[in-house]
Design a protein. Structure first.
Length: 95
């Protein structure tokens, strides 16, 4: 599964992962990088402000979240190319 991100400086969207609906918020911040917030269906914040970077598992430090996110490029997304930055969703139990 792939997350479909846009170049909008702030956008919220819902996606079902492992039969649970999560709310994602992408944000271009004043420090010059993209972040993600993730909430569960009850609007409990699970992840706040994780930096979107290339080549790393973004949710590795969150063991209670059953999935992870990763991009295999070598360059972090810029303000105008997040829509081209492919983030794959991985089931942590399958790794």
């Amino acid at each position: 599964m792939i997350l479909s991100l846009t170049n909008n400086p702030e956008e919220t969207f819902n996606i079902s992962i492992l039969n649970i609906v999560y709310s994602f918020r992408q944000l271009w911040n004043e420090n010059g990088f993209w972040t993600l917030d993730i909430s569960d269906s009850d609007e409990n914040i699970l992840v706040y402000g994780v930096k979107i970077v290339a080549g790393a598992f973004l949710l590795e430090q969150y063991p209670d979240i059953p999935f992870d996110l990763k991009n295999d490029t070598e360059i972090d997304p810029s303000r105008n190319n997040l829509n081209e930055f492919i983030i794959e969703v991985f089931n942590k139990d399958a790794n």
